[in-house]
Ligand binder design. Structure first.
Ligand code: 5AD
Ligand code: FES
Length: 344
């Protein structure tokens, strides 16, 4: 039985995953969802980790076909936060007792290595928080310098494990470079987050099975997955979004193959379904990322449309998310929520 194989925690192979993704057997999927929830509780506990995200610049030199921040998007109003402004924002995350700050941006060369290193050092000196960076592809030397400066974690989604689909969606970059960056991140000592979009145009069950095998192989510390949501200002306008069903299936399988990973219930999941984040918390997710980007900028960080929490400020998001977590029968973690392989 498929569920027994999943329970054992042995390596699974491609045909096995494709067969699962092609199965419409509701009771099998209910069992998979319960197993993912059980594994999450066993390995990660009941506490949900909060990570305050600051989207500090929406300027990007790249042209990913799915993303609203792509450089060709002339309709996008652009902004860039200065380091002092970012620090102020970090202070409001720390004040609320949130122990991780996620700094995310487009690939914006305004922030030189010196600026970033200085910012990281200032944060570490003044606030008791772990730092996660999500600022794209860099050289191994740069990753090393950022880690040496005190950054703890790095999110660099692989987006899709299909080299063909990856190369089609990224006209100015390639899968091979992405893979290299992911390897550099592991080698430089970061806690590493990867993950893919679900329901991309042209993405097949075979491609999504490859995403699961990719996670199984790399055993990342964090996994960011969410549905693809078409953005009307990109080449993929008018295409179909990923569904909540697909998203929950991939989230559950991600938890089953990476038992010790931190997995967020992502904003995109909460965007395609009003209760998407709550649902994700019950099929393996154990992290939520309240948004602390200042109001005036937040409305312009439009990777995809109709994003959740666009009009709320950080305090409101924090209150809302905490209430939601308690309501789901979970608790809120008060530690840093480091990767398990880094905890003694
Ligand atoms: N829909 C959903 N997710 C998207 N991302 C980028 N564009 C979209 C979109 N249209 C995701 C990518 C990226 C992360 C920051 O946001 O996976 O890594
Ligand atoms: Fe942002 Fe609810 S999480 S307002």
């Amino acid at each position: 039985m498929a569920i027994d194989i999943l329970k054992k925690g042995k390596q699974i192979d491609k045909t096995f995953v494709v067969d699962l993704l092609e199965s419409a057997d509701k009771s099998l999927w209910d069992d998979i969802f319960s197993l993912a929830d059980f594994i999450r509780e066993q390995y990660m506990g009941n506490a949900v980790h909060l990570r305050g995200i600051i989207e500090f610049s929406n300027i990007c030199k790249r042209s990913c076909n799915y993303c609203g921040l792509q450089k060709q998007n002339k309709q996008q109003h652009r902004y860039r936060m200065m380091p002092e402004e970012i620090l102020k924002c970090v202070s409001s995350v720390a004040e609320l007792g949130i122990k991780t700050v996620v700094l995310q941006s487009g690939e914006d060369d305004f922030y030189t290595l010196d600026i970033l290193v200085d910012l990281i050092k200032q944060i570490k000196k003044n606030y008791d928080v772990a730092i996660t960076l999500s600022i794209g592809e860099k050289t191994k030397q740069e990753y090393r310098a950022l880690h040496d400066a005190g950054a703890d974690r790095y999110l660099l989604r692989h987006e899709t494990a299909s080299p063909e689909l990856y190369n089609k969606l990224h006209p100015d970059s390639c899968f091979e470079d992405r893979l290299k960056c992911i390897k550099y991140l592991f080698e430089t000592g970061f806690q590493v987050g990867i993950g893919s979009m679900i329901g991309l145009p042209g993405q097949t069950n075979s491609n999504m099975a490859d995403d699961i095998l990719f996670l199984q192989k790399f055993q990342p510390d964090m996994i960011g997955t969410g549905p693809f949501i078409p953005n009307g200002q990109t080449q993929l306008k008018g295409t179909e979004a990923g569904t909540i069903e697909q998203t929950l299936k991939i989230t559950a399988l991600a938890r089953i193959v990476c038992r010790k990973a931190h997995i967020p219930a992502t904003t995109a999941t909460g965007t395609i379904d009003k209760f998407g984040r709550e649902k994700a918390l019950h099929v393996g997710a154990n992290v939520i990322m309240p948004n602390f980007t200042p109001q005036k900028y937040r409305v312009h960080y439009t990777i995809y449309p109709n994003k959740r929490c666009i009009t709320e400020d950080g305090h409101k998001c924090n209150t809302c998310i905490r209430a939601m977590i308690i309501n789901e029968g979970r608790t809120i973690a008060s530690d840093y929520g480091h990767a398990l392989r880094f905890q003694k």
